[in-house]
Design a protein. Structure first.
Length: 76
């Protein structure tokens, strides 16, 4: 038994692609399986998916904020 209909699942996948969340997209099916087994609540699943791609975003944002004024961003 699937938690989401096929069309809903496809829309979620498209949203993750549009949001540039490749790690969340990779773990989506496993996350849904964990919901079905009762290991995760829906809210915990959302938190887990959002957390998959957030650390690199935060790291990039802090690099941008920490650069001295007038200097271009570093090219790492």
């Amino acid at each position: 038994m699937s938690t989401l209909s096929d069309s809903s699942l496809e829309r979620v996948r498209r949203h993750l692609v549009g949001l540039k969340m490749p790690r969340a997209l990779e773990t989506l099916q496993d996350t849904l399986s964990r919901i079905e087994r009762g290991e995760l609540s829906t809210l915990e699943a959302i938190e887990a998916l959002l957390g998959e791609d957030s650390p690199p975003v935060r790291a990039g944002a802090s690099r941008w904020r920490c650069r001295p004024r007038g200097l271009p961003p570093s090219r790492r």
